[in-house]
Every structure is written in C-alpha cells, then in structure tokens.
Design a protein around this ligand. Structure first.
Ligand code: CP
Length: 342
C-alpha cells in the first residue's frame, strides 16, 4: 500500500487484512510501535473531532509524533491548481508544501472537503490528487471531496463486530438536513459495503443520486463479491428487514453552486426523511449507524440514537483501530522520499 486514498484501490484481501489488524490493535494483541522515531503530518483544511483526535491518539500509540497543520490558520494558505499566477490570497503552492512535508514525515494525512461549487470539479478530487501527485510519502485520505475511506473501514469493522462476518442487508439512507453536505461518507460507505459483499440498498429522494460512474463501480464490486445493490426513493421500503440502517445527508449534485435551490427543494422531505422509531421497527433488529457529527431530531430521533440499536460511539472508536492498522501497513513500505534513511 502506497497510500490510502479510497478503498476502491484495494482488493478484498487487503481490506480483510486491515480489518484483522484493526481487531488486533483494539484487543491489545498487537502493541507494536511501527511509528517509533517517525512523524506523520495531518493537514486539516476543515474542522474535525473524530478524525483529528483518533489520528493523533493512534500515531502516539504507535510510537510516533503527529504534526497538525491547518492551512490558512496554523500554516500558509494553499494553492493547488497548476499554472496559476499566485497574485491572489494564496501564499504557498502544494508543489512546495507537500514536498517539504515529505522530507519531515513518513506519511501525510489530509482532510479537504468538497467545495460544492461545481460537481465536475469536486468529483475528480482535485486537492487530494494534488497531494498524491507531489508527495514522496504515502497520503492518507482523512475525507476528501469524494471519499472518506477511514470512516468506511471503521463502519465495516463495526458491522462485523455487531453482526458477525456474513453478508448483511445494509441500508444507506439520505436524511433531511438544513443545508447541503458533501457526499464523501455515503460514497465510501456504499463502496466499502459493496466490496465486502453486503446486500446494499441506497435510499434517497429523486434528485439526490450519487455519482453515476461511482455507482457503476459499486455495482461491479458488489457483483464480484456476491452482494447486490438496489436504489429506491422509498425510505420505508428501504428499511424493511434491514440489519443495518446507515443515515447520512448529502447535497444534490445538480444544486452545486446554488445551495439555496437545494435548501428549497429538500424542504418537502423534512418530515419523512428522518430515522425514527417507526422506521427502526420495520428493520430486522437493525443497528443504527452514523459517522457523526449528527443533528439530533433532524437526521435521527433521540429515541433511536439513545437506544440499544445505536452503535455510533463504538463506530467512532473503531476509527482509532482501523487508522492504526492503515498506518502500520503503510510503514511496512520503505519511505520513498529523498531523506529515506529510516
Ligand atoms: N466522522 C468524522 O469524520 O468525524 P469528524 O468530522 O469529527 O472528524
């Protein structure tokens, strides 16, 4: 593994190996320190609780040192586009920023959300790919415009932990939220669920479709792994018999650049598109999942998130264990940077 940008880059056996390693870290069977004497840079363009805290704690527990940078806050504002005349508000180009960090650390984690101005730009993950282009060390995606693979792997670990290792009926449902949000979490959850061979249902109102090309990949991965994919705009049908209900809101890609149009469109879905006790009663003793942060009584009712069916806190804990597994795996490869003495 030269980096961890999306689970799509890894065959099932690699994902299985990571999940196995994560379980060993979780149960203190593996207490190795593969980051001893090494540093990892964590670059946050956007806010975070779980990702930042779990990466810092994980790096410490693996014996390493985390260097946290916030472009525009604790480090310079950054330009990622090639060939730009930098006479605006950006001080440093990623070409220098990333190559300099590559000389200090053994890996770079980056969080860079979708700008949500133009779908055609966000869908190619421009900032994450600029990091990958310039880096001499592995890049870990800590949520980009299109993917949140660390979250997805923690989600797969949680499903397996709560429900055993077999194929499950997994429902990913859109939920109403007062403003449009990026699609990285639903994209990566659906992809990983397909890669693991689950029977996946994706529920959303018309107009909130996920990326078509990604859905093609998800269908292909599901078929390869012996699973299936269904799309529906009927949330009641989607949760019927589900063993996992994964809630997440996201913006309609046709509304990128015009959020007020999205907000007006989604208003009609406020009452129906919430995970409540009635919907959970339709499931097959289903568990409730969400990546967090979550708006209570908007995405999910208090009655559901506070019920025994809710696994959101264990799901957040599992971020720590899967990220330790990813870091440990990446450290098996000799660093490719020019300072690569370690
Ligand atoms: N789930 C998740 O990535 O949480 P944060 O945004 O708090 O890091």
């Amino acid at each position: 593994m030269k980096g961890f940008l999306s689970t799509v880059d890894y065959p099932l056996e690699d994902l299985e190996r990571l999940l196995h390693a994560a379980e060993r870290f979780k149960h203190a069977i593996d207490v190795s320190k593969p980051l001893a004497g090494r540093s990892v840079a964590l670059v946050f363009f956007n806010p975070s609780l779980r990702t930042r805290a779990s990466m810092q704690v994980g790096i410490y527990e693996l014996g390493g040192n985390a260097v946290v940078l916030e472009p525009g806050g604790t480090s310079w504002t950054l330009e990622h586009r090639d060939g730009v005349v930098m006479d605006g508000d950006k001080t440093e180009h990623l070409a220098e920023f990333v190559r300099v960090l590559s000389r200090y650390g053994s890996a770079i984690g980056v969080r860079t959300f979708a700008a949500m101005n133009d779908w055609s730009e966000d869908r190619v993950d421009p900032v994450l790919n600029a990091f990958a282009k310039y880096s001499e060390v592995p890049i870990i995606n800590l949520e980009s415009a299109m993917h949140h693979p660390c979250q997805a792997l923690a989600d797969m670990m949680t499903i397996r932990e709560k429900l055993d290792a077999g194929k499950k009926k997994v429902t990913l449902t859109w939920a109403w939220h007062p403003k449009p949000l990026p699609m990285a979490v639903p994209n990566s959850f659906a992809l990983a669920a397909a890669q693991m061979g689950h029977d996946l249902t994706v529920a959303h109102p018309l107009g909130y479709e996920l990326d078509e090309k990604l859905m093609e990949t998800i269908r292909h991965k599901a078929m390869e792994a012996g699973g299936s994919v269904q799309i529906t705009s009927d949330i009641d049908q989607a949760v019927e018999g589900a063993e996992v209900v994964y809630a997440k809101s996201w913006g309609g890609k046709h509304f990128y650049g015009t959020p007020d149009r999205d907000i007006a469109e989604r208003a009609q879905y406020r009452e129906k598109w919430i995970v409540d006790e009635g919907k959970m009663a339709r499931t097959n003793h289903g568990i409730f999942m969400h990546c967090l942060p979550v708006r209570r009584n908007v995405i999910v009712t208090d009655g559901v998130i506070d019920s025994p069916a809710s696994v959101v806190i264990d799901e957040a804990e599992n971020r720590l264990h899967v990220q330790k597994a990813i870091l440990a795996e990446l450290m098996k490869v000799k660093p490719q940077n020019k300072r690569a003495a370690d």
